[in-house]
Design a protein around this ligand. Sequence first.
Ligand code: TMP
Length: 237
Amino acid sequence: MNKGAQLYEGKAKKVFATDDPQLLIVSYKDDATAFNGLKHGTIEGKGVINNRMSNALMHYLEKKGIPTHYVEELSDRDTVVKKVEIVPLEVIIRNISAGSFAKRYGVKEGIVFDSPTIEFSYKNDELGDPLINDYHAMALKLATPEEIEDIKKYAFQINDELKAFWKSCGVTLVDFKLEFGRVADGSIVLADEISPDTCRLWDSKTGEKLDKDRFRRDLSGVEDAYQEVMRRLEEKI
Ligand code: TMP
């Protein structure tokens, strides 16, 4: 599979055309941003880890019956994915209070919920990815009612699978962000990535943060945290 023209460069990935109009190549960078691009940095080796971790988790989810965009890992940083039309919603599932949830509702981090929560943000950098509900998303024609139902069903299934998987690695899945897309036949598949950039992962014993919050919050040992979760995942997968 040959890399064709670069179609897009995002904050953490580049996207290239291929010979097949239904397939793209994504290439993971070490660049990291936070707070809607206000904070910039590099996390050495992140691209390699996020590529391999996201592929391994999507492959795992496919086996559990969740459709994803994943096709084939080409190299350390490059992966073939199905071309999708991204639904412009960030889908956030939370099992434990943290981050913007704790801030918005004035609660401490670490409260374990009786059942997981779901929320949507409208993917729009100019507006700062504002929170949005199902009805607003449908009013803005970002997704149909059927698509929203599929997205919610998949998001909770993914949470059940990933929570159990990470638990077996001694890691607590606190919360995470998903993106979904439409493939050629119009059906919904999981897209984007699942990585320490997009999940909060805490060591189950010590509570140590093993994810991008170390970068967001200027904590030391960012690279070590990414390597540690990758090492634990590779032992299990
Ligand atoms: P939040 O608590 O800041 O809303 O983040 C919830 C989850 O979503 C957390 O696991 C980090 C992830 N996330 C992203 O993947 N991209 C983003 O731009 C933001 C703000 C959060």
